[in-house]
Ligand binder design. Structure first.
Ligand code: GLC
Length: 798
């Protein structure tokens, strides 16, 4: 970021002159510059700087709720000596009068997020100015989140740029930025987590101790110094704070949690039919087929290639009958062609971005000469949304938005692409009366496009839509799932996928995945198998590959790998009730679906650097293999008791162990006390009702809440859902399993419940005449019909 490194004189706050209590917070006056501190919840505080003293009425592009939409919260102001303190029930903000520096403290007075140099601003330049703020890094403090990144889990000592970018293919550990720009992070140390959302859409940078050890900085090339501090002290509370601020993912349709198959190069109807048929013939579950740019007529968005896809409606309805949903790609570049309806309509509505000189901006993408809609304008989003209708009428249920950083090629695609760039930074964008330049809203391009797609689809589909996007900003989860762009078929990219997805989850975006097997290049058989094992337990599960590469379908690598893919995808489908409940939790509280271990063990510093193990929800721990030919790997299990998923062996944590993992096995562990709801084998998610409902129990103490609804409509927003809480309690020689009352209006179909109690001895059968016991696996199985009523089962333990 050359601009920000430029040597320049920055101004800083001087001495606090006066302050006034103003509505939800206080305004500090530094004799010119002013700072507003707003209390949004007792844990979420907003800090805004006005260098010239005026707080402009400004759009906050990304937040889900404006300040005045938060309920009023009580706070107090205390003055003592050289400091002013604002106190909520959970935290304090301390303002030093002589330097104007801010620091925060928890209820015990433990400091966090303390200013070092504090707030700074540059000279006005072309209507804006650079802003920066430098704070102290506390001892043993580490940093996570930051959206989509390469590199390790912990971002201490790294610099991270927020600028949506389509990087050159084959990106490495030093490549930054990537497609999504999400200026959100979580700081963590023993006993204290807090989050930051830097509310600035300009090109910005976080420096987490790289430039000046012991300090971190957020800085932007323009806009306001405006940030939110989200106090924990636990990581879960940070997620909840981000959720209150940036919103959460709407519940996706259940089918979207199934396996998606994609490939650039599925250019004809017969290829698609054959692909779908192959899944069913081979008994490999699959829910969605993605159509890449090959389906279009000359890369014109929302059209069909008449040769390859002469009758999309029949194709899509045949697929649907066979349990497949179809997702079509939609790129932002609209072919500049007066005979093309979308171009004509857009021109008539003046929907396309204009250059500084007022002419329509043109750039090259797949259809060569193209123009780009301005999704910051509500009426343009509305128009783009309407375009989804023709797709919905053809039978499309999901939209895949790509190239929306946006990418603009240097050369026409027909002549290669040359360098990859974007829209002119001084191009004009923005709603009527609020116009700005592309530099301010570049990072929002993908977000606006995904939003237009979601809102349009939602309108016409009448069911929950599925949207997938490559680019986006903070809050993208409100409209779309995200995949991590064009990875390569490298072991290094499988390794990178883990911290990438976990950090996305910590940034508030739960529905995330990588192209299984890698997009660029040819996967080896073992790489594909290992990637599928991780992908099958990733929130978004899609195989995708680049045109002209070897095929990357689950059966492309011979029978051994095919069997592995079948087993792991079947496992995903059996786990759908568990997974769907995790998605509900994410939709309610912003909780990540895939979590780093530090999320549940924040006081165990050994988890902070653990980039290659992940938790799917609170109960399942995976330790993927990401090296060729490896059949063993180290695994760290934090404090508590764990069960090996495959053998049911009980392991006491904390422990480092060497797991044996032949190609057929990804090391998987279950927390003692786990209750994992599962279902039957399925070819696709909605193939049949959840019957039997299997509850896998692992002795210990724990709870889990199963969430159920119809899986596709918006009725759940009107209360048509139900939850059942389960509790497992171990006391002395006893294990109690309690099925709580089913709550809510939705009534699931009648069914059997199968209890599978792991790791027990024969005596657990006592008092359960219908139970069967498998001594080899130490597994007790018990079945009864589920009438929705509460019950407690008591098992005798050693
Ligand atoms: C971009 C996408 C990739 C897609 C290709 C062609 O590279 O990231 O997923 O296959 O464009 O549409």
């Amino acid at each position: 970021m050359s601009q920000l490194s430029k040597k320049e004189t920055f101004s800083t706050l001087g001495t606090l002159r006066s302050y006034e209590r103003a509505g939800r917070g206080i305004i500090l006056d530094f004799g010119g510059p002013r700072v507003a501190i707003t209390v949004l919840t007792q844990r979420v505080i907003r800090v805004r700087l006005a260098p010239d003293g005026t707080f402009a009425a400004r759009r906050s592009w990304a937040v889900a709720r404006a300040d005045d939409q938060f309920p009023q919260v009580a706070f107090e102001i205390e003055e003592s000596g050289g400091a002013l303190t604002l106190k909520t029930a959970s935290l304090a903000v301390l303002i030093e009068r002589d330097r104007g520096s801010l620091s925060f403290a928890d209820a015990e007075g433990k400091p966090f997020c303390a200013d070092e140099t504090g707030m700074q601003w540059g000279e006005p330049e072309a209507g804006t100015r650079r802003v920066a703020c430098t704070k102290r890094i506390e001892a043993d403090e580490h940093f996570f989140g930051f959206g989509e990144r390469t590199g390790p889990l912990d971002k201490l000592n790294r610099q991270l740029i927020n600028w949506a970018t389509d990087p050159a293919l084959g990106h490495g550990p030093g490549t930054d930025p990537l497609y999504l720009a999400i200026p959100v992070f979580m700081a963590l140390r023993h006993g204290l987590a807090y989050g930051i959302f830097f509310n600035n859409t300009w090109r910005s940078r976080f420096d987490m101790g790289a430039r000046r050890p012991g300090t971190w900085t957020m800085e932007a090339e323009g806009g306001e110094l405006d940030y939110y501090v989200v106090f924990g002290p636990a990581p879960q509370q940070v997620s909840e704070g981000f959720a209150a601020l940036l919103g959460t993912m709407p519940l996706p349709p259940r089918w979207a949690l199934g396996y998606h198959q994609s490939r650039w190069g599925h250019a004809t109807e017969s290829m698609v039919r054959e692909l779908a048929g192959e899944f069913r013939r081979r008994g490999i579950p699959c829910d969605a087929i993605h159509l890449d740019i090959d389906h279009m007529n000359g890369y014109r968005v929302f059209t069909w290639n008449p040769q390859g896809f002469p009758d999309p409606q029949t194709l899509l309805s045949d697929l649907r009958r066979n349990g497949f949903h179809t997702v079509a790609i939609v790129d932002p570049g609209v072919k500049s062609d007066p005979d093309f309806r979308v171009y004509r309509e857009g021109m008539e509505r003046d929907a396309f971005i204009r250059r500084a000189d007022g002419s329509v901006f043109h750039g090259y993408v797949w259809p060569d000469d193209s123009v780009f809609a301005d999704y910051t304008r509500p009426e343009v989003r509305e128009w783009w949304g309407e375009m989804q209708k023709a797709f919905v009428d053809a039978g499309i249920s999901g939209i895949w938005n790509d190239m929306n950083e946006p990418t603009v090629f240097e050369l026409p695609y027909s002549q290669g692409t040359g360098e990859v760039g974007t829209i002119d930074l001084d191009a004009i964008q923005g709603p009527e009366g609020e116009q700005t330049i592309h530099a301010e809203v570049h990072n929002l391009y993908g977000q606006g496009m995904a939003r237009a797609s979601y809102e349009g689809l939602r309108r016409y589909l009448g069911e929950r839509p599925f949207v997938l996007t490559r680019s986006g900003f903070a809050g993208i989860q409100r409209w779309s799932a995200c995949w991590m762009g064009d990875n390569s078929s490298w072991w290094e990219h499988l390794e990178m996928a883990m911290p990438q997805l976990m950090n996305m989850g910590l940034s508030g975006v739960p529905f995330v995945g990588t192209d299984i097997g890698g997009f660029v290049g040819n996967a080896s058989a073992d790489l594909f198998a290992r990637w599928m094992q991780f992908g099958a337990l990733s929130p978004f599960c899609r195989g995708h590959s680049m045109i002209a590469t070897e095929h990357h379908e689950p059966w492309s690598f011979g029978p051994r790998v095919e069997a592995i893919c079948r087993e792991f995808l079947r496992l995903r489908y059996r786990l759908l009730p568990y997974l769907y409940s995790l998605f509900w939790e994410a939709a309610r509280h912003g909780t990540p679906v895939l979590r780093p271990l530090l999320y549940h063990f924040p006081d165990d510093l050994a988890t902070y650097q653990l980039h290659d193990q992940a938790l799917l929800g609170p109960q399942l721990l995976m330790a993927p293999i990401y090296h060729p030919g490896r059949e063993h790997r180290y695994v760290y299990l934090p404090a508590g008791a764990w069960y090996d998923w495959w053998s049911d062996e009980l392991i006491a944590g904390p422990a480092h162990l060497l797991a044996h993992a032949p190609l057929e096995r990804m090391p998987l562990y279950v927390r003692a006390g786990a209750i994992i709801p599962g279902g039957p084998d399925l070819s696709y998610a909605d193939e049949r009702a959840l019957d039997p409902l299997t509850l896998d129990l692992y002795p210990g103490d724990g709870t889990f809440t199963l969430y159920e609804d119809d899986g596709r409509s918006f009725e759940y927003e009107r209360g048509q859902f139900c939850t059942t809480s389960y509790t497992l309690r171990r006391t002395g020689g006893r294990l109690d399993f309690e099925i709580g009352p089913r709550e809510g209006a939705y009534i699931p179909p009648a069914r059997q419940i199968v209890i599978r109690l792991h790791g027990v001895d024969e005596q657990a059968m006592e008092g359960h005449p219908g139970a069967s016991f498998d001594p080899e696996h130490r597994l007790l199985t018990l079945q009864f019909s589920d009438d929705g009523s509460t019950r407690t089962l008591r098992f005798k333990m050693q």
